[in-house]
Design a protein around this ligand. Structure first.
Ligand code: AHR
Length: 515
């Protein structure tokens, strides 16, 4: 395909055609006992900003600004070897344990009570709790549910009360294990075995509380050899007793034959996410039809992000005597290009808001995270913070409109020709309009126009763009504000044509707010 000097893209806003409401849970995140996500991330007694619980105040402020809703906890791979009982009761009596997933020592200083309190302090965000179906099973899941949610009068609910939580935690959303399809997972299972176990755990949990929202494990990524068959088997066994099936996906540049990074495909990563969602949705529909069910199962995309797996920051400690506490792990430093991909992945989630009712950016602090901290030092926003916070701020409570988008195409080695601009419109809760757009081109800007509904006379058009002339520019401890959203002065309303026009630089992500 010949390369143009300027891409063209046009989005038609039409309120008569909706994808559906934006579920608040689309802006979830994830806190795992991994590296420094908990310890020296959200929790650091003695830090200058720490409160009486040891929660870092600077991190709480950034979490609020980020606009996170649900928080998945305590893992991740970690949960598949976790004994929840270790993390409750007097801190000085809590055992130190080997964390096999991340070859670390877990001190258990932070557990369920601390997480519930931290969520309260951060503004009442929702806890999405995962149970261990790796080394454990039905009884331990039932015990945890009784401990957490039964008001009083039983051994475990009274134990919770004695441990300081008079009121139940009332956790609504539960993950039935984590990535059980992955050979790396402690207690990894076949689809048959996992589906049978998950079905019995789901049924048992519902005997305590029929109204829980349960998430069964789907595939750890779209490219898993078992993808598709896994979903089919697991859904067949659990369908009536679960509300969600999970998807996980992490993106990073593939390597070209000459060893360089395939940035063109990387910038189009949301093409894969979109296909993944559609494939899983088709499997849900097929299962529903086969079972003649009237029940609906939605997607919980409860791990997604850019992650440079295999690179130095993700190398776990090794050695029989080497089990550090809260080592620096998965501390990827995100570039402007990474933020564009994250913004574009958010567009894909919004476009599929009818099927994806929950999602978790993995993770929240320090570990492949939008927020970074230094022990005893500052906290700052990574580049990926900005598309997430801007989308959450405007889209929460809104309605996604069916995308009527026509865009010039760009070539990618992996996905072929793809739309150079990806975009979606959300009618916001207050009636204003938000447009989110990514220019996926590596080289050229895009002239983007938005056709507003007949009779619309916007009082203001505000555009902010995340872009850096160096797509690899990042925010670091020494330079914390290098990349962020900047006003895009090119945006304006053309009354004669009834369109808003804005120029999107190459490798950029833009939010427009039209009122
Ligand atoms: O988020 C990091 C890890 O990625 C999680 O522990 C695991 O579930 C996934 O493989």
């Amino acid at each position: 395909m010949a390369q143009k000097n300027l891409l063209a893209a046009r989005l038609v806003v039409d309120d008569d055609f909706e994808v559906g409401p934006v579920n608040d849970r689309l802006f979830g995140s994830f806190v795992e006992h991994l590296g420094r996500c908990v310890y020296t991330g959200i929790y650091e007694p003695g830090h200058p900003t720490a409160d009486s619980h040891g929660f870092r105040g600077d991190v709480i402020e950034l979490v609020k600004e980020l606009g996170v809703t649900t928080v998945r906890y305590p893992g991740g791979n970690f949960v598949s070897g976790y004994r929840w009982e270790d993390g409750v009761g007097p801190k000085e009596q809590r055992p130190r344990r080997l964390d096999l997933a991340w070859h670390s020592t877990e001190t258990n200083e932070f557990g369920l009570h601390e997480m519930a309190k931290w969520l309260e302090v951060t503004g009442g965000n929702e806890l999405m709790e995962a149970v261990n179906l790796g080394t454990r099973g039905l009884q331990e899941a039932l015990d945890l549910l009784e401990y957490a949610n039964v008001p009083d009068g039983t051994a475990l609910s009274e134990q919770r009360r004695a441990n300081g939580a008079d009121k139940p935690f009332n956790i609504r959303m539960w993950c039935l294990g984590n990535e059980m399809d992955g050979p790396w997972q402690l207690g990894h299972k076949s689809a048959e075995d996992y589906g049978t176990l998950a079905a019995s755990v789901a049924a048992g949990m519902r005997q305590i509380d029929p109204d829980l929202e349960l998430v069964v494990c789907g595939s750890s990524n779209h490219g898993m050899p078992t993808f598709g068959a896994w979903e089919q088997t697991v859904l067949e066994k659990t369908y009536e007793n679960v509300d969600f099936i999970s998807c996980h996906a992490y993106y990073q540049p593939y390597l070209n034959e000459d060893g360089t990074r395939d940035m063109a495909s990387f910038l189009a990563s949301s093409v894969d996410m979109d296909g993944f969602i559609k494939d899983v949705a088709a499997t849900i529909d097929a299962t529903k039809a086969r079972l003649k069910s009237t029940h609906d199962v939605h997607i919980s995309f409860d791990e997604w992000n850019v992650w440079y797996q295999g690179e130095e920051p993700s190398k776990v400690p090794e050695g029989i005597g080497n089990w550090p506490v809260a080592p620096r792990l998965l501390e990827d430093v995100y570039s402007a290009a990474d933020a564009v991909v994250v913004g574009d992945l958010l567009i894909a989630l919004l476009k599929n808001a009818d099927r994806v009712h929950a999602a978790s950016l993995a993770q929240l602090v320090n570990v492949i995270a939008p927020i970074m901290t230094e022990p005893s030092g500052p906290a700052w926003r990574q580049t990926t913070f900005f598309p997430f916070s801007a989308t959450a701020r405007l889209a929460k409570g809104g309605t996604v409109l069916k995308p009527k988008l026509a865009a010039d195409r760009v070539d990618t080695p992996r996905y072929g020709a793809v739309d150079g601009v990806n975009a979606v419109a959300v009618r916001c809760a207050n009636g204003s309009l938000a447009i989110f757009a990514a220019n996926r081109s590596l080289e050229v800007s895009a002239a983007f126009e938005i056709k507003l509904p007949e009779g619309t006379e916007p009082a203001f058009v505000e555009a902010q763009t995340l872009h850096n002339d160096d797509p690899l520019a990042a925010n670091t401890l020494d330079d914390q504000n290098r990349v962020r959203l900047q006003p895009n002065e090119s945006a304006g309303y053309d009354a004669a044509a009834g369109v808003v026009r804005v120029l999107l630089p190459a490798v950029s992500w833009t939010v427009l707010h039209i009122s």
